[in-house]
Design a protein around this ligand. Structure first.
Ligand SMILES: Nc1ncnc2c1ncn2[C@@H]1O[C@H](COP(=O)(O)OP(=O)(O)OP(=O)(O)O)[C@@H](O)[C@H]1O
Length: 315
C-alpha cells in the first residue's frame, strides 16, 4: 500500500522583486513518509515553511526540486487531489448562503452526486454540531462556527486524506472537543489527517506523530510519546521510603510534590543510566518493603520540547 504522503528532497525557492530580486528558500530538502490512517501534526515557528509544504502537496505551489506524492500519485497530477479534503487557515465562504447551501455548492464543485449530498450534508452538520444552524446564513456565524462548517466543507467528498490548517483556531473548548472527537472518528474510519497548528496542546491531544519544521527543514519527527520522553528519567510512585535506605539510594531520588499526595503515596524522580541500574534500585526498595504503585518515563510537554528544538542555543 503506498504512503498517504511521500515527499523526497523537496525544495521551494520563492523569487520576488524585479529590480532587486530576492530569494527565500522556504523548503530546503524535505523528506517525509506518512502511513495511511495516521493523524500527523506539522509544527514550526512562523515562516518555517509549513504552509508552503501544504501548498506543494495540494498542487497550489510548484516545487523547485524534489518529488511529492499522495497515495502514490505525483501531486502535479490532478488525480492526486481527488482523495483530498482541505480546510485552509484563511477561508472565506459565501456569506449570503446558508450552511446547507454552502455545503451543497462545495459538494457540487467536488462532483459529489446529488443523492450523496442530500444525506451527507445533514450528517456532517450533525457531526460538527451545527444541525440547528443548517438554515442560517454563513455571514452570521461566529469564528468557531465558521471553523466547524469549514471542516464539514473539507469532508464533503469523503476524503482519504484531510489537510487542516489551524482547525481549532478561535473555537471555544466545547467546539474544540467536538472537532477532536470528529477527528478521532475519522481516524478510526481510516482517514489520514495532516494538521498544521500552533496550538500545541491541541496537537498533543489528537496527533499520534509530529514533525517539527524550522527554516525549511524537518528537524525532528516521530511519535509524540517518544519525542517527549526524557531519556533515562522516571517518575516513581511508591509507599513512603524507610529511614534506613543508604545515602547512595537517596541521592538518586528527587522528591516530586510529596507533601500533596493525599493517599500517603510518594512521588519521586529517578535518574537511571541503564535498565539494570533501574531494576537494581527497585530491588533495593522492595527489599525494604517499599511497595511500587507505578513507574513511568518522565515526559516533557510538547510545548517544552518544541521550544527546545526551535530556540537557537544561548550564545
Ligand atoms: N509567495 C511568496 N513569495 C515570497 N516569499 C514567500 C511566499 N510565501 C511564503 N514566503 C516566504 O517563505 C517562507 C516560508 O513561509 P510559509 O508561509 O511557508 O511559513 P509558515 O511556516 O507557514 O509560517 P506561518 O506559521 O507564519 O504561517 C517565509 O520566509 C515566507 O516569507
Amino acid at each position: 500500500m503506498p504512503h498517504a504522503i511521500s515527499v523526497d528532497g523537496l525544495e521551494k525557492t520563492y523569487r520576488s522583486g524585479l529590480f532587486r530580486p530576492t530569494t527565500v528558500k522556504a523548503l530546503q530538502g524535505v523528506d517525509l513518509a506518512l502511513e495511511p490512517g495516521r493523524v500527523f501534526g506539522l509544527l514550526g515557528p512562523n515562516g518555517a515553511g509549513k504552509t508552503t509544504l501544504v501548498k506543494v502537496l495540494l498542487g497550489i505551489v510548484k516545487a523547485s526540486a524534489g518529488t511529492a506524492q499522495l497515495f502514490g500519485t505525483p501531486v502535479t497530477d490532478h488525480q492526486a487531489r481527488q482523495r483530498v479534503g482541505y480546510l485552509p487557515e484563511k477561508h472565506t465562504f459565501p456569506e449570503l448562503l446558508t450552511a446547507r447551501q454552502m455545503l451543497d455548492v462545495y459538494g457540487q464543485m467536488g462532483r459529489v452526486p446529488a443523492e450523496h449530498r442530500a444525506t451527507r450534508i445533514p450528517d456532517l452538520l450533525d457531526r460538527v454540531g451545527l444541525s440547528a444552524q443548517a438554515e442560517r446564513k454563513i455571514g452570521t456565524f461566529s469564528k468557531g462556527m465558521l471553523q466547524r462548517v469549514g471542516l464539514a466543507q473539507a469532508l464533503m467528498n469523503s476524503p482519504d486524506l484531510l489537510f487542516l490548517d489551524e482547525p481549532t483556531d478561535g473555537v471555544d473548548p466545547v467546539g474544540r472537543r467536538a472537532i477532536r472527537d470528529l477527528l478521532v472518528w475519522l481516524r478510526d474510519e481510516g482517514t489520514t489527517i495532516f494538521i498544521n497548528s500552533h496550538l500545541l496542546s491541541e496537537v498533543e491531544k489528537v496527533c499520534g506523530e509530529v514533525a517539527i519544521m524550522n527554516e525549511g527543514e524537518l528537524v525532528k519527527q516521530g511519535a509524540i510519546s517518544e519525542l517527549t520522553a526524557v531519556e533515562r528519567e522516571y517518575r516513581l510512585v511508591c509507599t513512603p521510603l524507610p529511614d534506613d535506605l543508604s545515602e547512595s539510594v537517596h541521592q538518586r531520588l528527587t522528591p516530586l510534590n510529596n507533601e500533596t499526595a493525599p493517599d500517603g503515596l510518594q512521588n519521586w524522580r529517578v535518574a537511571s543510566d541503564t535498565r539494570a541500574d533501574l531494576n537494581a534500585l527497585i530491588d533495593t526498595l522492595r527489599a525494604h518493603d517499599v511497595e511500587i504503585e507505578a513507574i513511568d518515563p518522565v515526559r516533557r510537554s510538547l510545548e517544552d520540547y518544541f521550544i527546545d528544538v526551535v530556540s537557537p542555543p544561548a550564545a
